[in-house]
Design a protein around this ligand. Structure first.
Ligand SMILES: O=C[C@H](O)COP(=O)(O)O
Length: 251
């Protein structure tokens, strides 16, 4: 039985003060992590304070990116070693916005996945197709390729502990969510790819989230599906009330 994982991704939103106010508003209302893992992905600037603010609570903190080298002459980059030292739990990797605007490749994502594991954190690896790819019937092949590349040279133990977020690009921030059936089918492609690359025990263990216009009103439809173990949520994770409703719907 896989434990659900709901992760907010604030993207480049909020000030330090707003982030602190959010944590204050939710921290005593987070469901027990015996039932659901609750995560907030915050901008790098606030991570230290968020880790401090969430100490002793059931809320976990995610970074939204990490570089693949631990240290060195990489001006402006975020060290995975420093993130691990800070007490960050998860790192979102390969989000379609990072791939599109910052030209991240599958190879970069794979190196980052290794770096995040090496530093004791859990990667949330994103994959997803464009509308053109979906309409051309290329979704399954594309997703298989992204997953195969992202998981290169990982151990069975690492992949069993990994989180994969399937986010159709056309459903992100558009209000056009994928139907639960379509989302489940493609999350099934992700799971079968993991089974082919590793084995059934690993594919049964890996947790797969759906992301793309998830909100309190529709999250239950996704969570009812066999291959969907959680959600990666942008817009609807920004307000405390909405974030708590997402967690309530799955606990
Ligand atoms: O990482 C989250 C996704 O990009 C989904 O964003 P959204 O919930 O605003 O559509």
């Amino acid at each position: 039985m896989r434990k659900p994982i709901i992760a907010g991704n604030w993207k480049m939103n909020k000030t330090a003060e707003e982030a602190h106010a959010f944590i204050e508003a939710v921290k005593n209302k987070i469901p027990s992590n015996d039932n659901v893992d609750s995560v907030v992905g915050a901008p790098t600037l606030f991570l230290e304070k968020m880790v401090e603010d969430t100490k002793g609570t059931e809320l976990k903190v995610a970074a939204q990116n990490s570089y693949f080298e631990d240290s060195g002459a990489f001006t402006g980059e975020v060290s995975p070693y420093a993130l691990g030292e800070l007490g960050v739990d998860y790192v979102i990797l390969g989000h379609s916005e990072r791939r599109e605007y910052f030209h991240e490749t599958d190879e970069d994502v794979n190196k980052k996945v290794h770096a995040v594991f090496r530093n004791g954190m859990t990667p949330i690896v994103c994959c997803g197709e464009t509308l053109e790819q979906r309409e051309a019937g290329e979704t399954a092949e594309w997703i298989k390729g992204q997953i195969t590349n992202a998981l290169k040279d990982l151990t069975e133990g690492q992949v069993s502990n990994l989180v994969i977020a399937y986010e159709p690009i056309w459903a992100i921030g558009t209000g056009k969510s994928s139907s639960a059936e379509e989302a489940d089918e493609t999350c099934g492609v992700v799971r079968e790819t993991v089974a082919d690359l590793y084995n059934r025990a690993v594919s049964d263990a890996v947790r797969i989230q759906y992301g793309g216009s998830v909100k309190p009103e529709n999250i239950a439809e996704y969570m009812a599906k066999d291959n969907i173990d959680g959600a990666l949520v942008g817009g609807a994770s920004l307000e405390p009330e909405s974030f708590l409703k997402l967690l309530e719907a799955v606990k």
